[in-house]
Write a protein that binds this ligand. Sequence first.
Ligand code: ADP
Length: 543
Amino acid sequence: MLGMMMHRPLSIIEILRFAAQSYPKGEVISVRTEGDLHRTNYADTFARVGQLAHALQALGINPGDRVATLAWNGYRHFELYYAISGSGAVCHTINPRLSAEQMTYIVQHAGDRVIFTDTTFVPILEGLKDQLPAGLRFVIMTDRAHMPDNTLDALCYEELLDGQPTSFDWPELDENTAAGLCYTSGTTGNPKGALYSHRSTLLHAFGCAVTVQTCLREGVRIMPVVPLFHVNAWGLPYSAPLTGASLIFPGGALDGASLFKLMDETGVNSSWGVPTVWQGLLDEIAKQGRNPNGFNEVIVGGSAAPRSMIEKFETSGVNVCHAWGMTEMSPIGTHGLLNEDMKTRSFKDQMDLKSTQGRRIMGVELKIVDENGARQPHDGQAVGELYVRGNGIISGYFNNPEASAAAIDAEGWFGTGDIASINEDGFLLIQDRAKDLIKSGGEWISSIDLENVVMSHPDVASCAVIAVAHPKWDERPLLVVVPVPGKTPQKAEIDALLLQHVAKWQLPDAMELVDALPLTATGKVSKLTLRQQFAGYKLPDMD
Ligand code: ADP
C-alpha cells in the first residue's frame, strides 16, 4: 500500500527562497577581485538571483543548457549557482587549475554555451579561445568600471543584471532535472563529469544539515576555502543558506596571512578546506601567537589530515572535523564529529577517533569488499575497497558509458577507488587510494600511515610517500620531504619516529629533500607527478 501524501519536486531555488524568507539577514561576505570586501545577505541575494535569471533568459539560455563558471569563491559565483539551476539550466563549474588541454576537453564535452569568468581568468580563456567551440559566449563577472580589455568580445555581468526585475517566475522542474556538473580532476585519463540533480543536491544538503550540526545553523559564520569551482564547495552553497549559517567567501588569496586577516575581520567561526590550506593558516597562527577572532572549528578533508595538524588545532581550542568524500558523492560521505559520550574520553582516544575519516552522513551507505567483491566485516581490521550508495552519489558519468559501466558494481554501488577499513562504531579509516598503495613483496604499505607519522616530526613542513619500482620487492616506499626552513631532517631520526608506529619492513628505503611538493588542480599532493619525477629512482640497495 502506498502512502497518500503530496509529491512536490525538490528544487534548488527553494533553498534560497527559504533562506531569503527565514534568514533574510544571513550574511554573504566576499573578497572581490575588485579588491574590496563586499557584504550582502540572503534576502538581497535572492533578488539579484532573480535578475540574473532574467539575464540568462535574455542570453538565450534554455532549460538543459550548460552554463559554465570559472571563478573564485564570491557572491556572484554563488548567485550563478542558483540562477542557472533555478531556471532549469546546468551549472558547470570549471576548475581554473586544470591544464589548458583538460579545460578545452571539458568545455567541449559539456557543450557549454556561456562561460562566466572572474577577471583573473580572462587571460586563460583568451589563450584557449581558438580551441573552444565557435559561438561560445563570455561574461566577465564585474562592473563596467573594472572590465578588463579583452579579446573575448565579453559581456559585463553587472550590466546584464542592471534594470532586470528582481522577481522571476521560477519554472517547476522535475526533481530529477540536471542542475550541476563537475568534472573529476582526471589524474588518469580524461576528466569525467558528475551530473547532479535538484533532488540529489537537496538530499545531500539535508544529509549534511542534520549531521554537521556544530556549524550548519543560524548565527555561525562559515568560510568555504574549498572552492565553488570544484566539488560544490562541499555542498556549502546549499547547506549554509538552508540552515541560516552565513557564508564568508575568501576570493583568490588563500595563503595563511590573507585567510587569517579575513577571518579576524569578519569573525569566521568555521573554516572548511584541504590540509595544505590549514598548514598555511597554522604557520600564520604560530607567527601571530593567537587564533583569529571567533575561530573555533575546522572542517578538513580532500586528503588525509595529518594527526599532528588535528592535535595542533585541538590544543588551541579549535574543534576539528575530519571529513571524507569525492566529486562523485556531491561530495561529502563521512564526517568526524564526536558524540557527547565520546567527548568525555581521554584526549588521546578522541584524537584516535578524529584522525579517522569519521562516520557516514545521513543518506550515505558504506561497504568494503575484497578483490572478489565479497563484503568484508566492519571490525576495524578487515581492509578492502570502499563502495558507497546513496541519493547524492552518481549512477554513472555524464556522456561516458564506458566509465559509467566500470564505476558501478553488480549490486548498484559506486566504487570509490579508496582502500579502507570500517570499525564496529562505523568509523572509516582510509588507508590509501588504491593507486597510491605501495605493494612490497605481496604486502601493502599505506602511504597515508607513513606520512601521518613523518608529519609529526618538528623539522618536516610537508611530505609524501610514493612507490618506487624495485626488482625484488616490486615496489618500495620513497619518502619525499619539504623541510621546515633552515632545518635538515635526518633519515635516522625519522626512521626512529616511524618505528614507534609501523613495522621495520615498512620504513621508507630512502628520503629525498625538496623545496616544494607538486599539487593537483584541487590542492592535493600530486603523487602522479611525484612518481613521474622520481621514475627510475635508484634506492640504496639497488646498486
Ligand atoms: P580529485 O582530487 O581527483 O578531483 P576528489 O576531489 O573527488 O577528486 O577527491 C576524492 C578523493 O580524495 C577520495 O577518493 C580520497 O581518495 C581522497 N580524500 C578525500 N578526503 C579524504 C580524507 N579525509 N582522507 C583521505 N583521503 C581523502
